[in-house]
Design a protein around this ligand. Structure first.
Ligand SMILES: Cc1cc2nc3c(=O)[nH]c(=O)nc-3n(C[C@H](O)[C@H](O)[C@H](O)COP(=O)(O)OP(=O)(O)OC[C@H]3O[C@@H](n4cnc5c(N)ncnc54)[C@H](O)[C@@H]3O)c2cc1C
Length: 609
């Protein structure tokens, strides 16, 4: 823990309800509704709750369902922005330093190599000059200065790099698990009093007919189909690429929260293929990369304007080929390696006309819709994973001024759950009598909170068994995320633990996980099995675009056999696949109501924007 890091006990005392003097004096259910459970929404919920505001967050799918769970996973400064957007590089590097301090367990170093071919010799000097400038920002994020390598050194470090090289340059970056970062923020927000509603779509932002000010949101629980209403004094639209749609829920023209949505895909390999991340140029001259990421390798990424369905973004075989062929020029062995999947997300980039996607600014901005007649409504546009904390702080500063909340932002020094102390994974392995890989993955994901999972195993040693052998994920961890991290389906568990994302694509673990989900959430066991099947279908859709026809046929056969084992037939569950795990086809057990207001909803009064 850093010198000026606040201890959890001190942190708690600052945000207890009795300190919430400045707010909550009126009759609204909450001070602020945050729409969107990506990194920005979760970051705002955490910061606002820590400053004593009464917060409710609504996420229509799952935490990190959007860009925050489908990116390149780097808390980086953005070397390529240094020329046109040096401020973005500076703020990202600075915030990366803060994120490393509050979630040290989630960070891992990714050194990059930029090989330069002899025929492009001049680039060695040009890139060297760019990296010289980047070095100035590196200390902000504990990055090492760049180095210059001769061809022999390049091949010593990374024998798989091909081509007639004049040399290479290195620079330093950090990787992070986006879904874990979102989850940690949401868990901490809840521990500071926020209400987190996952699987609930905000369907309308109600505004006062006369003043135009926001007064409530209406939402629908997608699992139960129950509607609800929460009165509020402010609404933060943190819905990333969905932002224009969300603005229109408050009767504003969508252009008031304009983004330029940019689709990016990644291709996933079953293991670490290289020691370092390697930069390459795609056929159109764009920078692409191959990077060891956690226990696998990814190549990325594309950047294309996207106007399709945001709830259903998948890679195409053309995009896969574009990336693989580009990487193969510098790292040919990707052709021999095994692709196990793809993932795709949509960047909520700031809108500019007449620019290519890659040249768009990665800066962020907050739109105060008071200027459009909707007082109390704000939209967060643009941004990066690497600067989410700062973006959230800027948003909550506005809310704090609005509500006269006196507490200062502490998110840069206050550890996220699990980030307060180091846990020795090897010692834990001995203590639990499980293999060290299992505990290393566990401590990576949960930091000091892995000890809570360890306690489960000590109470019930049977929970040490691996639910997902590829990753590996123990039964104790699955049960833990279902109880403590807002997971309610196989896909939710997968996002939080990486269950089913290994080589077998979930074939070996989805059914077992479905059974645990049903047990923990009180669903009918058949519903657990259906969730497992939907997960497998979705996984298979992310894989077929990267597979040959033979492998795709095998995949279809494997799913059919799982289907038969599960005793599920007919097209019903197939159709449910596209609607996510939230569609429940069985009667639901009684659940705690999530509706904050028990009174019948009044007539909606809207003002035009
Ligand atoms: C391919 C790619 C690579 C990237 N690589 C990096 C990188 O390496 N480093 C980096 O710093 N940044 C990177 N980024 C950018 C970064 O991921 C995004 O800027 C960031 O995740 C945006 O977060 P967000 O919370 O604004 O949006 P999102 O994460 O997209 O979250 C928005 C959420 O809103 C929810 N929602 C929408 N409508 C509603 C509604 N009506 N009710 C309730 N919920 C709703 C959605 O379900 C979604 O979960 C990358 C992005 C992409 C796509």
């Amino acid at each position: 823990m850093g010198k000026d890091t606040v201890s959890p006990s001190k942190r708690k005392s600052q945000t207890r309800p009795e300190r919430r003097l400045a707010v909550g004096a009126d009759q609204t259910d909450v001070d602020v509704v945050v729409i969107g459970g990506g990194v920005n929404g979760c970051g705002v919920a955490r910061d606002a709750a820590m400053r004593g505001l009464r917060v409710a967050l609504f996420e229509r799918n799952d935490l990190a369902f959007g860009a925050s769970g489908n990116n390149s996973g780097m808390i980086h400064g953005g070397l390529r922005y240094i020329r046109n957007d040096p401020e973005v590089t500076e703020t990202s590097c600075r915030d990366s330093g803060h994120i490393q301090r509050i979630a040290p367990h989630l960070l891992f170093r990714i050194p990059f190599i930029v090989p330069v071919e002899r025929e492009r010799k001049i680039w060695l000097r040009l890139i060297d000059a760019g990296l010289e400038a980047y070095d100035k920002f590196q200390p902000l994020k504990r990055g090492k200065p760049h180095t210059l390598l001769d061809p022999w050194e390049v091949h010593q470090l990374e024998p798989g790099i091909a081509g007639d090289l004049v040399g290479a340059l290195t620079f330093d970056e950090w990787g992070i698990d986006g879904p874990r970062l979102c989850t940690a923020n949401a868990v901490d927000a809840e521990e500071h009093g926020a209400k987190i509603h996952v699987g609930c779509t905000v369907e309308q932002i109600e505004r006062d007919e006369t003043s135009g000010a926001v007064q409530a949101i209406r939402f629908r629980d997608r699992r139960t189909d129950e509607p609800g209403r929460v009165t509020t004094r402010a609404v933060v639209n943190a819905t990333g690429a969905w932002a224009p749609i969300t603005a229109s829920l408050g009767a504003l023209p969508a252009q008031r929260a304009l983004v330029r949505p940019g689709k990016g895909i990644h291709v996933v390999y079953d293991r670490r293929l290289c020691n370092y991340a390697i930069m390459a140029r795609a056929v159109d001259g764009r920078d692409i990369f191959i990077e060891p990421w956690q226990n696998m390798t990814i190549i990325g990424t594309t950047d294309d304007d996207y106007y399709g369905d945001l709830d259903n973004v998948v890679a195409t075989s053309e995009e896969v080929r574009y990336l693989v062929e580009g990487i193969a020029r510098v790292f040919p062995s990707v052709h021999q390696a095994r692709i196990i999947g793809t993932y795709a997300g949509v960047r909520p980039t700031l809108h500019e006309y007449d620019k290519s996607e890659s040249d768009l600014s990665r800066d962020h901005e907050i739109v105060d819709h008071a200027e459009h007649g909707a007082d109390g409504l704000y939209s967060m546009i643009g941004g990066k994973l690497a600067s989410y904390r700062l973006f959230s702080e800027e948003m909550v500063d506005i809310l704090a001024r609005r509500f006269d909340a006196p507490l200062k932002c502490m998110t840069h020094i206050s550890p996220l759950p699990g980030g307060d102390s180091y846990v020795d994974a090897l010692g834990l392995a001995e203590r639990l009598e499980v293999d060290a890989i299992t505990t290393r993955r566990l401590t990576y994901r949960h930091g000091s909170r892995s000890l809570r999972i360890a306690e489960r195993i000590e109470r019930n040693p049977a929970e040490a068994r691996a639910t997902c052998p590829c990753e590996p994920v123990t039964e104790a961890e699955v049960r833990f995320v279902l109880r403590n991290e807002f997971a309610r389906s196989v896909s939710d568990v997968s996002r939080r633990t990486r269950l089913g994302l290994g080589a077998c694509g979930g074939m070996r673990c989805a059914a077992r996980c479905g059974a645990l989900v049903a047990e923990e959430c009180g669903y009918d066991p058949q519903e657990g099995m259906r969730m497992a099947l939907r997960f497998l279908h979705r996984q298979s859709r992310t894989r077929v675009c990267a597979m040959g026809p033979e492998q795709a046929r095998q995949e279809a056969l494997a799913i059919a056999s799982v289907r038969a084992q599960l005793g599920i037939s007919g097209q019903r569950s197939l159709r449910a696949e596209d609607q996510g795990d939230l569609l429940v086809t069985q009667p639901q057990p009684e659940r705690e109501p999530v509706v904050a207001s028990a009174t019948p909803p009044p007539v909606v009064r809207k003002a035009s924007g």
